[in-house]
Design a protein around this ligand. Structure first.
Ligand code: GDP
Ligand code: IMO
Ligand code: MG
Length: 439
């Protein structure tokens, strides 16, 4: 029997989703992106060669796999063409392998201008967005004034709609944000030029997914960001503007709820976050001034925690089970893929947050917004580290006993199996204990 598997990040993103998607796509016909946009940065390392994907599904390096972009994704044609160019230069054949839903909202230059103007206006309270226009593009979609990929098929109507929407946004850019408006003629010309390359990729993705299901073919749904960045369930307002949780696979692609067979929750062996917002288990360290927490420094250095999209330093901290337990439930996680275990190799002691103290009370369910998180104090349990290398280990028995104990503790606290273990960035530095596509 074929299976439909969803992969999602259970923390604040950058858990290693791209690596794992690439790893298990040898078993599928299609990989589907269903939310987010080029704010994502998914890193694949194969035989020492690194590829970072932002918008193109992480199945692109497997020649026989089709890559589908569902209508839940906000699409920048400029970003797409740049990425296709980079893949081509690296010798990857993408011809005919990428298909895009006509219902994808377009990210346009004014969305980027608005994103940056809003962040500047927020000052110290900035969200720390990727500056890619993600939020404003989703706003236009929800406001029912957005332009979509399919609109490009009728140039005259597209030009009219674009004029209207640009008049609206340029008014805000000029009069409210006091910045430069975006030129209409130039935007139209560039967009129509880009459209010539993108139009042949337009496909009814929903229908294609249903076809795969009737053909009894495996599909993988690739989440971007992480559950704590979810617009509804995350640390609002320090979130992204889409549903990053597994339900997003349903609304953002057209697969039916009951057609999903398995959800793989990617859990980094510690926690990272990039951008602003609360982070209860953070071990604050600043690269620029080389000051702050020594363990925070070690995690960031050994784990090379710099953003794959913006290059920003990622904030690091301990694993947090208050948020993880919630994340497992809202995503209906079937099994865990634990990544970057090797980054903990040098630590003498490892902490796991199991509860928060908030207003002198102990809580095990997360607060509903950023304010609550900011006031929460983590309560930890401690475990001995292993202080030995686990890099590249692909056999469970070869793991040091304290590392096995750490994994077992994670299974116990989550009441879920660790089905995949990742011990390095390379595709084959992985231990598959139970394959998500196995019968
Ligand atoms: P994604 O956004 O979830 O796909 O994750 P990113 O690619 O942004 O960040 C994960 C980073 O960790 C990338 O640089 C990966 O190459 C790397 N990585 C993934 N798994 C492992 C692992 O098990 N160990 C180590 N050391 N690095 C890993
Ligand atoms: P992947 O898929 C980590 C963060 C930004 C910012 C917030 C809002 O690689 O895990 P946005 O540009 O989306 O409006 O920014 O969300 N963010 C991510 N953080 N990994 C990502 O993607 C992210 N995509 C967005 O840093 O805090
Ligand atoms: Mg990333």
């Amino acid at each position: 029997m074929a299976k439909n598997v969803v992969i999602i990040g259970t923390q604040w993103g950058d858990e290693g989703k791209g690596k794992v998607v690439d790893l298990i796509t040898d078993k599928v016909v299609s990989v589907v992106r269903f939310q987010g946009g080029h704010n994502a940065g998914h890193t694949l390392v194969i035989a020492g060669k690194k590829t970072v994907l932002h918008l193109i599904p992480s199945g692109i390096l497997r020649e026989k796999v089709q890559c589908l972009i569902g209508h839940g994704v906000v699409l920048s044609m400029a970003a797409l063409l740049k990425e296709l160019g980079e893949l081509k230069a690296a010798g990857v054949n993408t011809a005919g392998r990428l298909r895009i839903s006509p219902a994808c909202p377009l990210i346009m230059p004014y969305h980027i201008a608005l994103d940056n103007a809003r962040e500047a206006r927020r000052g110290k309270a900035a969200i720390g967005t990727t500056g890619n226009g993600i939020g404003p593009a989703y706003e236009d979609k929800i406001a029912r004034r957005g332009l979509r990929i399919g609109d490009l098929l009728d140039e005259k109507t597209f030009a009219e709609k674009l004029f209207e929407v640009m008049e609206y946004h340029n008014f805000a850019l000029e009069n409210y944000y006091k910045t430069k408006p975006i030129n209409y003629q130039q935007t139209l010309a560039t967009t129509l030029e880009q459209a010539e390359i993108v139009k042949p990729m337009i496909t009814d993705i929903t229908q294609q997914i249903h076809q795969h299901i009737s053909n009894n073919e495996n599909i993988l749904f690739e989440g971007a960001q992480g559950a704590l960045l979810d617009i509804d369930q995350g640390t609002y307002p320090f979130v992204t503007s889409s549903n990053t949780t597994s339900g997003g696979a349903v609304t953002g692609s057209g697969v039916g709820v009951t057609d999903i067979d398995y959800v793989l929750g990617i859990v980094k062996a510690y926690t990272t976050r990039v951008g602003g917002g609360p982070f209860p288990t953070e071990l604050k360290y600043d690269v620029a001034s080389d000051s702050g927490d020594e363990i925070g420094k070690e995690l960031g250095t050994v784990g090379q925690e710099f953003g794959a999209t913006t290059g920003r330093q990622r904030r690091c901290g301990w694993l947090d089970f208050v948020t993880l337990r919630r994340s497992f439930k809202i995503n209906a996680v079937s099994g865990i893929c634990l990544t970057k275990l090797d980054v903990l190799d040098g630590l003498k002691t490892i902490k796991i947050c199991v509860a928060y103290e908030l207003n002198s009370k102990q809580i095990t369910e997360p607060p509903f917004d950023a304010k609550g998180y900011a006031a929460a104090q983590p309560i930890y349990i401690e475990m001995p580290g292993w202080q030995a290398s686990t890099v590249g280990i692909t056999n469970f028995d070869s793991l040091p006993i304290p590392a096995k104990n750490y994994i077992q503790k994670i299974e116990e606290l989550s009441n879920l199996p660790v089905d995949i273990l990742s011990t390095g960035p390379e595709r084959d530095e992985t231990l598959i204990l139970n394959h998500p596509f196995s019968e």
